[in-house]
Every structure is written in C-alpha cells, then in structure tokens.
Design a protein around this ligand. Structure first.
Ligand code: UFG
Length: 333
C-alpha cells in the first residue's frame, strides 16, 4: 500500500536513510527539516521543505499543503554531553518541537506517528539486556526529553486516539552501502565516525571517555546497530499501527555490547590504519553499559536486522567517510 509520509528531520543521518527505504518501498515522501544538522544534498528525489518545529506557522503551511497518512519524527537534538550543559536547549527543541508537531497533526487529522526514541530513557541499566519492561530512569536531559515525549504520546493515545510507535534506538552507526548518504554531524560527537576520522588523519587522536567503568576493559559498552536496520523497523512500525491503536514502544539493538576499545580494534582491522587514542575522563551523562533486548521487535513487528556484525557496520561507515558527498569533510569544503 502506497502511503504519503512526512519525515521530520529527513535530511539528517538516520532520517535520510529512512527516506531511501520509503522511496524504495514506493511511498510518497515529504521531508521537513531546519537543516541545523541535516544536509539538503542528502535528500534526492523528493520534496524538501525547510522549516522548524518551533515555528507553528511552518507546520500549518506544511499540513495545509499536503495530506499525510503518517509522520516519522527524527527531528531532535541528540548529543548526551551537550544536553547536560544546555538542558533548556534540549527541552525546548525536543519537547516543545514535538508538542508543536502533535498540535499540527491533530488539527490536520493525522493520527499516526513513528517516533525516534532512545536507549537513554533507561539510564543505568538494572539488567544485562534491556527490554521494554525495564524502568525508565534517564540520567541526562536528552534522555529525559525523550522520556517526556514518549509519555506525551501515551497520554494522547488515551485522550485522542493518536496511534504511535516509539522506537528506542541503541547506538546508530554505519551508512547506506551505496556510499551516497552517511553520517555528517558538525561537530561530530559519535564514537564510530570519530574513530574513522582519526584513521583518516582528519582528527589528531580519539579521546576515550573513561577507563574506570565496571566493564571488561574499563571502557563503556554500547550496542551498535546499523542505520538501515533502524530504518527498516520504521517500515514495520507503519504497518503495525494500522492494526494496533495505542502507543507502543520497542527497543532496537543487536543484543551484543562492545567496549569503546573493542570498537577501536575492530576499526583498526577494517581500515588497516593506525588510530591514535588517549585516555580521558568520563563524559557527563554517559551510562556505563547499554545493550538491547530486541526480542519484542522481532516477535511483534517481524523485524530482523540485516547488518548485525560490528565489522560490517564499520565497513559501511568507512566507505562513506573516505569519500563523503556532503558535510564538513566533503571534498571542496
Ligand atoms: N566515546 C568516546 N570518545 C568519543 C566519543 C564517544 O570514548 O570521542 C564513547 C562514549 O563515552 C560512549 C561511546 O563512545 O561510551 C559511544 O558514544 P556516542 O557519543 O557515539 O554515543 P552515545 O552512547 O553517547 O549516544 C548515542 C546517541 C544517543 C542515544 C544513545 C543510546 O547519540 O542519541 O546512543 O545508546 F541515546
């Protein structure tokens, strides 16, 4: 079934991969993005509307012009460390922005939303693997902002019948194997791109944030998941909402955690390059270990990751970072 889908934040890293999958599946897509982190070059073959969730007029113009069956919402600030330093920025952009989007959807009668949530809603885990029943106890404003948005969706399901699926991403990484789109944040804060930029000599050395965590080598453990595997779960979520009213949540990861040092070792193997590192202090807001139990997404959504292997994830990212088509390290910048 062809659907008309609004992708908020569709010029960004995960959003642009989502747009590709939607196009391949034959859906009609409109991208709404303020281009604060996104790149216009990442959006091809579809309409890009430049606008801001914080401007209700931008949203009413968008919804007046198009009839959407559903919205997929990626437009949020995502850096844990920054959220500790500037919480107001995170609450305004993420929470107020989402509230504006929900108001515009309600006025327009659009009642289906797939929402980018995060493992950061859990805080420090109480169990080795985190499933959906794990308590929500964020330890940074970023995680709190996403938790608040999940709560808004649950309350609006009860009050107005809004249908939603919140997908809690663990650590998104990798790029489309075609090499045309990839991760290009400015500044970059994520581990895998920073490791690859160090391998390319575009950064001096990688600072490892903390070597005193309670893990096998003292560095943080994360569950890295390929960006296209995240995107494919959204397609499943769109179908799921048709038959299932209410607000639903799913955790998305590969169920395997790697320490920061293990990621660096894997990147050395993939790239064959030196990756200079230095030990640094812990980064504010970081949990020690975050690993997903995604059994529910597999059983209920019928989701199955295709690029689960860490080296495969890094290889696809490496292909992109060696020749990025846009972003701070694109040729000609
Ligand atoms: N790290 C370093 N040095 C760096 C960058 C990162 O040691 O220069 C470490 C971090 O301390 C962390 C790990 O590498 O332990 C991964 O850090 P990222 O910044 O790549 O990712 P985060 O785990 O902080 O956050 C990401 C997303 C969030 C999401 C979270 C869920 O940015 O939106 O994954 O796990 F909430």
């Amino acid at each position: 079934m062809t659907r008309s889908i609004l992708v908020c934040g569709g010029a960004g890293y995960i959003g642009s991969h989502m747009v590709r999958l939607l196009q391949e599946a034959g859906h009609d897509v409109v991208v709404f993005d303020n281009l604060s982190q996104g790149h216009a070059e990442a959006v091809t073959g579809t309409t890009l509307v430049r606008g801001d969730l914080l401007n209700p007029e931008d949203l009413s113009a968008l919804f007046d012009r198009h009839n959407f069956d559903a919205v997929i919402h990626f437009a949020a600030l995502i850096a844990v460390g920054e959220s500790v330093a500037a919480p107001d920025l995170y609450y305004r952009n993420n929470v107020c922005g989402t509230l504006n989007l929900l108001a515009a959807m309600k006025t327009a009668g659009v009642d289906r939303l797939v929402f980018s949530s995060t493992a950061a809603v859990f805080g420090n885990p109480l169990t080795e693997l985190i499933d959906e029943s794990h308590p929500l106890a964020p330890i940074n404003p970023y995680g709190w902002s996403k938790r608040m948005m999940e709560q808004m969706l649950a309350d609006m399901a009860a009050a107005y019948g809004l249908r939603s699926v919140s997908l809690r991403y663990f650590n998104a990484a990798g790029a489309h194997p075609g090499g045309e789109i990839g991760e290009a944040h400015d500044p970059e804060t994520h581990l895998i791109p920073l490791v690859l930029l160090a391998a390319l000599g575009l950064r001096d050395r990688l600072a490892i944030f903390g070597e005193d965590y309670d893990t096998r080598d003292g560095t943080c453990i994360r569950d890295y998941i390929h960006v296209l595997d995240l995107a494919s779960a959204h397609l499943k979520a769109l179908d799921y909402m048709e038959a299932h009213p209410g607000a639903h949540t799913f955790n998305l990861g590969n169920g395997r955690g790697f320490t920061t040092l293990e990621v660096i070792e894997a990147a050395r193997r993939v790239t064959g390059r030196e990756i200079p590192v230095e030990m640094a202090t812990r980064r504010a807001g970081d949990a020690g270990i975050l690993v997903a139990d995604s059994a529910r997404a597999k059983a209920v959504l019928g989701w199955e990751p295709r690029y689960a292997d860490l080296e495969t994830i890094i290889e696809t990212a490496w292909r992109w970072h060696r020749a990025p088509k846009y972003g701070p390290f694109a040729e000609g910048r």
